[in-house]
Unconditional design. Structure first.
Length: 414
């Protein structure tokens, strides 16, 4: 199922799967998994406590017991991550983490995000001849800089963060990871963990406003979060905070430029930005699927799924389910048909969703204002090899560099 055709455009495969039925056993995923294709079932699996998120060991296990032993550090670190723990551990950790995602904390970050966006766009405008790679120059660095600002770490180290995260994403995003991919992911996760471990003493002695400091305060207050759990959450945030948002920016701008009437409508009425972002998330989800492992036998659509089976809720398919969204393959930035599942659903729903909307709105508004006449500069877009994190390798764009600042207002409102 996962071949170049799927990576370039997974939606025909999802449609064929949905037409063939709501639930499929597929041997290609980690040695065998149930694929859940419809919106209602994906939402219901994601909120059902019988479907556990504890699967960090499952990846390590795919290549047999020796691999599992070799990858024990990966399992050890990530098995404490919010993403991979069930209640009551999850409920406790989520409460601790919520501190950094409260509206006041996010609002305080908005001016920093605007400065980072402006800096990147100025880089684009001064160093290129009216054409640039949107992924390299904007969508890839911005989320890494924002998450670094949130954690209070040095944005200049972002090349390392991105490289470590990409290694981890390669492992998590591969249905059949090789040992080489797995080893690389483990080395990078250990490096990330060590990076944060080295920072902690300073944050404990001189706590600031950043999220790591907030977490060390919780750690100091005793029993709420352990040091190992704290390190796992830092790694999770660094990883989850930018492997995803970069794809919303890249996939979103590509979709808009491929639908010029929608792009023009948005430029004429930027009040549509929140609704446009919702639709872009639905239309081409940055995270195409997630995973669960069954705690007990469950019957669904007449099929018996057994305790221990891996279940793959196909978010990308749910978002194009015609039972939920009329004309699901059309991009309609004014669509108002309920929520997409791109941030997940239920207890593990993305903790960074509000931050993402804020960051993407600042980013897109600024791109529209500062890069008038934006259009695609390449032929067919080149998609990455990751089946979970749907990401463009590059997105060559051009813009009307000759327009002076005084003409920008006109350009935005044509
Ligand atoms: C376009 C941007 C994003 C998308 C599409 C996205 C998607 C998701 C999805 C689908 C889940 C649920 C996974 C599951 O149930 O298995 C999730 C959880 C999570 N996300 Fe995001 N995410 C985005 C941005 C962010 C950002 C910016 C951050 C952090 C700053 C973040 C941090 C997290 C964390 C920590 C979780 C785990 C929550 C929990 O298990 O309770 N995400 N995200």
């Amino acid at each position: 199922m996962i071949n170049n055709g799927f990576l370039n455009n997974p939606y025909p495969t999802y449609e064929a799967l949905r037409q063939a039925g709501p639930l499929h056993w597929n041997e290609e995923f980690c040695g065998g998994a149930w694929l859940v294709t419809e919106y209602a079932d994906v939402a219901s699996v994601l909120r059902d406590p019988r479907f556990s998120v504890r699967r960090a060991g499952g990846w390590a296990n795919t290549s047999g017991p020796e691999a599992l032993a070799e990858l024990r550090e990966f399992k050890r670190i990530f098995s404490r991550s919010l993403l991979f723990v069930d209640p009551p551990q999850h409920t406790r950790l989520r409460q601790v983490m919520n501190v950094g995602f409260k509206p006041a904390a996010l609002q305080a970050l908005a001016p920093r995000i605007q400065t980072l966006v402006d800096g990147l766009l100025e880089g684009v405008m001064t160093t290129t001849a009216a054409s640039f790679d949107f992924m390299r120059d904007f969508a890839r660095p911005l989320p890494a800089l924002v998450i670094a600002a949130m954690l209070g770490i040095d944005g200049d180290d972002r090349a390392e963060f991105v490289a470590w995260s990409d290694d981890i994403a390669d492992f998590i995003g591969s249905p059949t990871p090789t040992m080489e991919i797995a080893r690389r992911a483990q080395i990078s996760l250990i490096a990330m963990n060590d990076y944060f471990r080295a920072i902690l003493p300073q944050r404990r002695s001189h706590p600031g406003e950043d999220l790591i400091s907030q977490l060390t305060l919780a750690e100091a207050s005793g029993g709420i979060i352990t040091t190992k759990e704290l390190l796992a959450q830092c790694c999770t945030l660094l990883f989850a905070g930018h492997e995803t948002t970069r794809n919303l920016l890249g996939n979103g701008v590509l979709a808009l430029l491929q639908h010029p009437e929608q792009w023009q409508m948005l430029q004429q009425n930027t009040a549509l930005l929140p609704s446009a972002l919702k639709e872009l998330l639905r239309f081409d989800s940055p995270v195409q699927y997630t995973g669960r492992r069954l705690k007990v036998d469950v019957e669904l659509h007449g099929q018996r799924m057994k305790k221990g089976d891996l279940v793959i809720p196909l978010i990308g398919s749910a978002n194009r389910d015609p039972a939920k969204f009329t004309t699901p393959d059309a991009l309609d930035i004014t669509r108002n048909q309920g929520t997409h599942l791109s941030f997940g659903f239920g207890p593990h729903v993305c903790i960074g969703a509000t931050l993402t909307y804020m960051e993407a709105e600042i980013a897109l508004r600024s791109v529209m204002q500062r890069l008038p006449g934006l259009q695609l500069a390449g032929d067919t877009p080149s998609w990455g090899h990751n089946a979970v994190y749907r990401s463009l390798n590059a997105l060559p764009l051009s813009y009307a560099a000759a327009l002076t600042t005084s003409r920008l207002e006109d350009a935005v409102h044509v």
